[in-house]
Design a protein around this ligand. Structure first.
Ligand code: PLP
Length: 385
């Protein structure tokens, strides 16, 4: 068992193991897949909850030159450890932050006429600053829409002194390989690129996130922006290549007890005991990011709840997920696998982030970014980074 080799302190109630070797291997896999196209890595939200500093250092050493964050403050934090990487801030500048982009050599994505205007003013004093231009091709979230793109032609002085390095857009349905929308967005981006070329010259283009990479090489353009795949997320039956799993979560078994009917388990008494039942109580809850919808929320609700592994055998959550605790029906498991002081495996190779997400009505991304601060974190692999 991996935990024995890791020198876990006795005070740790739960352990999150992050495999840096797997992260690196997922990055190099993608780099091979897209061949000469650049792989930029999305490291926003603290590298999807796994630790932007560790992941940034690791992937920079593995050859990644471009990192994407969402906010200016994420960019400033990352700049401290990556002095010469290209750091792109997806949410772009506003009046209060535009100076900090210059001071920290962060590259803004310009998402609207308003942001172009702000950056234009900022760069009049600092003429060498590059930026990305984001045009909307069907997401309607960030990026210049058609009206705004047309306005650029009547205000062409706006773009005059701006050095646009990359023209980018974002796919709405990249995980649905058969969606018409993917081709439509690709075509639209290429049309916009042609249309804008008198204003911005020849620029590199970028459209694909992780799932977009597997739509085919047409979607790779000059730069892909990968996140999910790097962090080990996989969509079942998607036909996409699978990435190596990156995390495991273990939590201590606090108590094991046998109860008989009539009795109920947990808040709201949502689970009624109908047979002689052995129950393990484990030290993790929604405060640790094990979301409440992984358990049984309502009385008489007949839903699948998340599974927990003890050794190589699984058992279901019963009752509600509490803030700090889970209750699990271990009646069908041999005693020696479920002992107080031992560990239960909440996420791992048996039961992946995506498995847990599916039964909980969410996506793997949300499970990752919510992983709690209380887990004792251990990085393995990655040559001591
Ligand atoms: C988060 C993000 C990505 C990365 O998406 P994944 O699905 O995690 O690969 C790429 N581009 C943009 C604009 C993003 O916001």
């Amino acid at each position: 068992m991996i935990l024995q080799d890791l020198k876990i302190p006795g005070s740790a109630s739960s352990v999150l193991i992050i495999d840096l070797e797997a992260i690196k291997s997922n990055f190099t896999y993608l780099q091979k897949k897209v061949s000469k196209v650049e792989v930029g890595v999305s490291i926003k939200s603290d590298a999807y909850g796994l630790g932007a500093k560790a992941v940034g250092k690791l992937l920079s050493a593995a050859g990644c030159k471009t990192f994407f964050v969402s906010t200016i403050s994420e960019g400033m934090d990352l700049r401290e450890i990556l002095p010469s990487s290209r750091i792109i801030v997806l949410n772009g500048p506003d009046r209060d932050s535009s100076k900090m982009f210059v001071e920290n050599s962060l590259t803004p994505v310009l998402n609207s006429l308003n942001q172009i205007d702000i950056w234009h003013k900022e760069t009049q004093q600092n003429p060498n600053n590059l930026s990305y231009l984001h045009v909307d091709t069907g997401m309607t979230r960030l990026g210049l829409n058609d009206k705004e793109i047309n306005k650029l032609f009547s205000k062409d002085d706006l773009l005059n002194d701006l050095k646009i390095e990359v023209l980018m857009s974002h796919l709405a349905c990249a995980e649905e390989a058969n969606s018409q929308k993917n081709e439509e967005q690709l075509e639209k981006l290429i049309v916009i690129k042609e249309k804008l070329s008198p204003l911005i010259g020849s620029v590199r283009t970028s459209l694909a996130n992780s799932a977009g990479i597997f739509l085919g090489s047409d979607f790779h353009l000059d730069l892909v922006r990968a996140g999910a795949f790097i962090y080990g997320l996989n969509k079942k039956d998607s036909g996409q290549d699978s990435s190596k799993p990156v995390i495991r979560v273990f939590a201590k078994i606090i108590q094991v007890q046998e109860v008989d009917s009539p009795s109920t388990v947990g808040y709201g008494a949502t689970h009624e005991i109908s047979r002689l039942t052995r129950i393990a109580t484990v030290a993790t809850g929604y405060a640790d990011g094990y979301i409440r919808s992984s358990g049984q929320t309502y009385k008489k609700e007949n839903k699948n709840t998340a599974k927990v592994y003890f050794g190589n055998m699984s058992a279901p959550i019963i009752g509600r997920v509490s803030m700090d605790l889970l209750t699990i029906d271990v009646s069908d498991l041999p005693d020696h696998l479920v002992q107080p002081g031992g560990y239960a495996e909440l996420i791992g190779n048996n039961y992946t982030v995506d498995d847990l997400a599916e039964v909980s009505g969410t996506i793997g991304y949300e499970i990752l970014v919510r992983l709690g601060r209380r887990h004792h974190r251990v990085f393995v692999g990655g040559d001591g980074i």
